[in-house]
Design a protein around this ligand. Structure first.
Ligand code: ASP
Ligand code: MG
Length: 419
């Protein structure tokens, strides 16, 4: 029996979290692959360090020192005394990163992003694998960059399934009881460069490995008790859903529910592998089961709010209709600039789309669209999705809100409004 466990940044943000991870792993029998994200907010910190590196700002060294201190403090607490050489190995990873930062940036932003930001996962897994071994939980650290092969689409690598399947069956042999510890979120190109799979991509890694290795199940350990019908930090009345179909889960993830990365469901659905979302603070609680079911599950209204949205409206400068050829040109620009439309709506001579307000890819897309369209936008908006809505919930959610756009099907309401 093979299970895949995925631990996110919040679950391994400090030494106590790592100890808790060890107890969870220890109490589960059978073969296991443990997929881990970067500790706490390390990925954000590395993104900031990267910006300074690209800008040639000397403060990059302060950032590096802060990130290193944080990790060494955790390692110091875990390895007393350090008989396993763990701290020296973590130190060596920081030295590699330092060497990289000493060189001038070559290639583009996306390339450098992946070479640098991936250290978060390399370092966290090194600490965790060493700690498990020191705690008597024998395991092997795997560099997933040699297993999950991607193309060179830096920051959003596309997996080569065939090669990754061959490599993963070679790497993960499972002789007797085996535990492997490896990185979420990262992969590698055939010529040895690091890639990443998109922010919050560790869930996707867990699902990919489950698919490639024919696992029995995947468990994502979170700081909430399972999949809830709203974000409990915003809506204190949120309740846990006991079970969710793959179909519902993929809709929720697509609409911006942060509980599961949108790409996670497909590899699991394709092989009918159930996903459990459970609380790392309360590992014996049942959590949520996400799986293939033909039964109708009765869902309560599920609310998802995506903040920091921009509503862009495009009007062709030559007054031509926004129909097939025009739409295909708009989508080609979005695709080539990696801008994802969270919601779209069109009329005779206007096209509206709601997107994340993001300053790396969006400005390029707007510049390109500007040549054929008059572009207007409203910033600082929220995109609300209510699945399985009731009139009462809609009224409560939209009261006193200035609504710019609304769409309704039998199961789903979506609205863009000023928050
Ligand atoms: N550490 C990465 C991120 O924060 C990947 C993940 O957490 O899943 O985006
Ligand atoms: Mg994370």
């Amino acid at each position: 029996m093979l299970t895949i466990f995925k631990f996110g940044g919040a679950s391994v943000k400090d030494a106590q979290g790592v100890k808790n991870l060890a107890e969870i792993v220890r109490s589960h029998p059978g073969n296991m692959v443990v997929v881990v994200s970067a500790m706490g907010k390390t990925t954000n910190a590395l993104e900031q360090l990267l910006a300074k590196y690209i800008a040639g700002d000397d403060k990059v060294w302060d950032d590096l020192a802060t990130i290193k201190e944080r990790h060494l403090a955790i390692a110091d607490e875990l390895f007393q005394p350090d008989t396993s050489n763990a701290i020296a190995e973590v130190d060596a990873l920081f030295s590699n990163l330092k060497d990289y930062l000493r060189r001038q940036p070559r290639k583009g932003y996306n390339f450098n992003y992946d070479q640098i930001v991936s250290y978060g996962e390399l370092i966290s897994t090194k600490i965790i694998s060493s700690y498990l071994n020191a705690a008597g939980i024998c395991n092997t650290w795997v560099d997933i960059r040699n297993v999950l092969l991607t193309d060179a689409n830096f920051r959003e690598g596309n997996i080569d399934f065939k090669k990754s399947e061959e490599l993963s069956s070679k790497q993960f042999q499972f002789n007797g009881k085996s535990i492997y510890v490896t990185q979420g979120f990262i992969g590698g190109t055939a010529d040895g460069h690091t890639t990443t799979l998109g922010r919050e991509g560790s869930d996707y890694t867990a699902a990919l490995l489950a698919n490639l290795l024919d696992a029995q199940s995947v468990t994502i350990w979170k700081d909430v008790e399972g999949v809830l019908n709203a974000d409990p930090r915003v809506f204190p009345d949120a309740i846990k859903l006991h079970e969710v179909s793959f179909k519902e889960a993929i809709e929720l993830a697509y609409c911006g529910a942060q509980i599961i990365h949108p790409k996670t469901i497909k590899p699991l659905q394709n092989k009918q592998i159930p996903l459990y979302v459970k609380s790392f603070a309360n590992p014996v609680a049942t959590g949520t089961k996400v799986y293939q079911t033909e039964e109708r599950i009765g869902y309560p209204p599920i609310r998802i709010v995506k903040t920091n949205q921009v509503l862009i409206s495009l009007t062709p400068r030559d007054f031509s209709f926004v129909i097939e050829d025009c739409l295909s040109r708009i989508f080609a620009v979005l695709y080539s600039n990696r801008v994802k439309a969270n919601l779209v709506q069109s009329s005779a001579i206007s096209f509206s789309l709601c997107v994340d307000n993001e300053d790396h890819f969006l400005p390029g897309a707007i510049r390109e669209l500007n040549s054929s369209f008059e572009v207007k936008y409203n910033k600082g908006l929220e995109l609300l999705t209510v699945r399985h809505y009731s009139q009462d919930v809609i009224e409560r959610m939209l009261v006193d809100k200035k609504v710019f756009l609304q769409q309704k099907t039998r199961s789903t309401l979506r609205a863009v409004y000023q928050s």
